[in-house]
Design a binder for this molecule. Structure first.
Ligand code: ASP
Ligand code: MG
Length: 421
């Protein structure tokens, strides 16, 4: 039994869906669970729609129309028989959003967001399931919300592992023995049966949850890159594929922001010893990257960039020591404001962190911190993490930059820096 995960880029148009269908058909006819994301940038579009609804913007209906026509355009190219039930099925799924848009946006913003944004995966999975069936591969569509049970921390819901694992183990194997099973990444349901989402880019994590519960032989993430690279091609011209990675290195790289795999993906499969393959859907015959117990990482330096960073420096107004007297209070404030710390460093009476520039969150955070602390901040910073660094690699990334903060451990170096003006 195996799990395949296909992201939005792999199914961005009709050619993409046809290609993914071939990859699935090459696998065989059963014991394959396919987890899909929303098509192309649909989640971004739905996110815009959700915010438009929450803010009461009039353009919300137009935004929905655009999302619908993108999908129906693809459907009409894939299914020449207009009687195919997929037409109605997808239309009905969009009707749920229409109903929601008719009402005043009174519920919590995060709740509304999840009800709207989750539709991307529901429709993509319906289209692909119908297409596979049309192409002769018996495919069973399953609603991930019947399996992935979460709390009601909307937009970043926490999985309730015991319930989720038990439901998957009880219900899914009988479907898997009959045909290919397709389900949605990213979405789950609360105990009251409301839709929740697991955080942006969460489909990899969904695939890992199913893989762990089913204790599969392997899990494969199909990407538009040849595997895990030592840098994002967006930033570097010359990148190298890392053929093998230990779980440990995979966790470290994704934690620091290597976007090729969602950071929550590794833990569940590592605990079950399930090997993870990252492969190219453009060149499906190539081997890609293997993350497993057997894999040993060759220490090629890897570079991870995060832009739009804000460097905050926090010091107690009463000159008390940071670590002993204040650190737990500071972290509690970060936690309440749902702000993630990307790197940190402390001195006797000051604590510096680099965080993503989310203006709303930062304003609230600074207001809360300012009760007891002096807070200074600097915007437009970059954070670079180098795993297996050496002086040469540090020199390479700091050319024409001023480094404001530097943290080094034996294998990892992080620098917060800005262009020299
Ligand atoms: N569609 C969701 C997103 O774009 C989840 C995913 O693609 O992993 O965030
Ligand atoms: Mg995606």
């Amino acid at each position: 039994m195996q799990v395949y995960k296909f992201g939005g880029a792999s199914i961005k148009n009709t050619e993409g869906i046809k290609n993914v269908t071939q990859i699935i058909q090459a696998y065989g006819t059963n014991n394959l669970l396919v987890v899909v994301s929303a098509m192309d940038k649909t989640t971004d579009r739905l996110q815009e729609l959700a915010f438009a609804h929450i803010n009461g913007d009039d353009n919300k209906h137009q935004l929905l129309e655009d999302i619908k026509s993108f999908h129906f355009d693809i459907i009409s190219k894939l299914f020449t028989d207009t009687q195919n039930p997929v037409y109605n099925d997808v239309a009905n799924t969009f009707v749920e959003i229409e109903w929601l848009l008719e009402e005043e946006a009174e519920d919590s913003a995060d709740y509304l967001y999840d009800q709207i944004v989750s539709v991307g995966e529901l429709v993509s999975s319906k289209i692909i399931a119908a297409y596979l069936n049309q192409q002769g591969t018996f495919t069973i569509w399953q609603d991930a919300r019947n399996y992935i049970q979460t709390d009601n921390n909307y937009r970043e819901a926490n999985v309730q592992w015991d319930k989720t694992t038990a439901t998957i183990q009880k219900q899914l194997p009988s479907y898997l023995s009959q045909g290919v099973v397709i389900t949605q990444g990213f979405i789950g349901a609360t105990s009251e049966n409301f839709t929740s989402t697991l955080g942006r880019e969460g489909s990899d994590y969904t695939a890992a949850i199913f893989s762990a519960a089913l204790d599969v032989e392997k899990m494969t993430i199909w990407k538009d890159v040849p595997g895990v690279l030592n840098a994002d091609p967006k930033w570097f011209d010359e990148t190298e594929k890392i053929p093998q990675l230990s779980y440990h290195d995979a966790i470290e790289l994704t934690y620091y922001g290597a976007t090729v795999i969602h950071p929550k993906t590794i833990k569940p499969i590592k605990n079950k010893g399930i090997p993870l393959f990252v492969r190219s859907f453009i060149h499906p015959n190539e081997t890609g990257t293997e993350v497993s117990t057997q894999a040993t990482t060759i220490p090629v330096p890897s570079f991870i960039f995060k832009v739009n960073q804000v460097l905050l420096s926090i010091s107690p107004k009463d000159f008390s020591f940071i670590i002993e007297e204040n650190l737990s209070d500071i972290f509690a404030i970060f936690h309440q404001n749902k702000v993630k710390v990307n790197t940190m460093l402390n001195s006797a009476i000051s604590f510096s962190v680099s965080i993503d520039d989310d203006q709303q969150k930062i304003e609230r955070l600074i207001a809360d911190l300012s009760v007891n602390f002096k807070v200074k901040y600097n915007k437009d910073m970059e954070l670079v993490t180098i795993r297996y660094y050496n002086q040469q690699t540090i020199d390479r990334v700091t050319l024409n930059k001023k480094v404001w903060l530097e943290v080094k451990s034996r294998n990892t170096c992080q620098m917060v820096m800005k262009n020299i003006q």
